[in-house]
Design a protein around this ligand. Structure first.
Ligand code: SAM
Length: 318
């Protein structure tokens, strides 16, 4: 990898973001939204007035650049440290992924035959609780001790253990099913997890996978900026996996696809009552930025894939 600040021969991109400082500029994010919105207008999704308004807004944003503040260099943060810091507020926050998760999972969990289930990357135990209430015996595994601490408190009756998705602390064929919700985005490569899930599951069981999708439109990265318990601010690794990536990782292990659902982002990103306010110093908060380019944010994000859910059955041996 090229050292920080050195130029590379690939236009300055495609190096993994997991172990290097990334530069986040609020104006860059807003111009990016304008660009995606303009591209969709160019393809015929919006009219001439929309395109002209976007171009005028770009001029205005460039003139107001000082109000947006400078770009910020954001160092990497290990995933467990980021979630250790996030654990205290994770459940209480207005996270749009949670209702999507619960709506997608409910019918899949209802179809699951009772058994012993691994909640892989269980976090604070939201899915473990749903499994427990359906009569399953549940084991939760996660890499963040603080997320696990919350889970132990919230869902007594489940055995929670610290462990990694790519090296599960379970015996071969020791569970009937595996559920993994909103976590595979943190893995650069899906293959090791699918191999581990196949190892610990009994043939005939189901692997239910939910994962977040596009957020930084057009990018294969999905960094989340978080604060570790000791105050370090940084980005935790995140990746946008294509649908083919899940399929390639699953099929080679002997899984067959029983269902695949995808939820798209709503038409409106910026609530009508949310006005553009002065921005909080530090790494840009994209949710604070959206009202600065309301129509562009709505147009750029509308209908993009938000969450994908897979129901995969491990083919019984013949
Ligand atoms: C967005 S949370 C999802 C938690 C829970 N499954 C849910 O649906 O609310 C992602 C979780 O994945 C965990 N995680 C990320 N990478 C991991 C890895 N390689 N091994 C184990 N856990 C991991 C994090 O610690 C975090 O608790």
């Amino acid at each position: 990898m090229a050292p920080e600040g050195a130029s590379s021969n690939n236009g300055g991109m495609s190096e993994p973001t997991t172990d290097r400082v990334i530069h986040q500029h609020p104006l860059a994010y807003l111009l990016g939204l304008e660009g995606v919105a303009l591209m969709r207008a160019f393809a015929g999704e919006h009219d001439r007035a929309f395109s002209e308004a976007r171009i005028a807004e770009i001029r205005d944003l460039l003139e107001r650049a000082e109000e947006l503040g400078p770009g910020v260099d954001v160092p990497p943060l290990p995933v467990a440290d980021g979630y250790d810091g996030w654990a205290g507020s994770y459940d209480g926050e207005d996270n749009g992924c949670f209702p999507l998760r619960d709506d997608l999972l409910a019918p899949m969990l209802d179809r699951l035959a009772p058994g012993r289930v691994l909640d892989a990357a269980c976090g604070t135990g939201a899915v473990s609780a749903q499994l427990l209430s359906r009569g399953h015996e549940v084991i939760g595994v996660d890499a963040s001790e603080q997320m696990l601490r919350r889970a132990r408190r919230a869902v007594p009756g489940v055995r929670f253990a610290n462990g990694d998705l790519t090296e599960l602390p379970l015996e071969d064929r020791s569970v009937d099913h595996v559920v993994c919700s909103l976590a595979l985005t943190h893995l650069p490569d899906l293959a090791p997890f699918f191999a581990e899930a196949a190892r610990v599951m009994r043939p005939g069981g189901h692997l239910l996978v939910l994962d977040t999708r596009t957020h930084f439109l057009g990018s294969s990265r999905y960094p989340l900026v978080k604060t570790a318990p000791d105050g370090r601010v940084g980005h935790i690794a995140g990746y946008h996996h294509g649908l083919g990536d899940y399929l390639r990782a699953a099929l080679v292990q002997g899984y067959v696809v029983r269902a695949c659902e995808e939820v798209l982002r709503p038409e409106v990103t910026v609530p009508p009552d949310q006005d553009a306010e002065p921005l909080t110093p530090g790494p840009p908060n994209i949710w604070e930025l959206h009202p600065w380019a309301r129509e562009a944010a709505d147009a750029a994000r509308s209908g993009q894939s938000a969450v994908v859910a897979w129901d995969l059955e491990l083919r019984p041996e013949v």
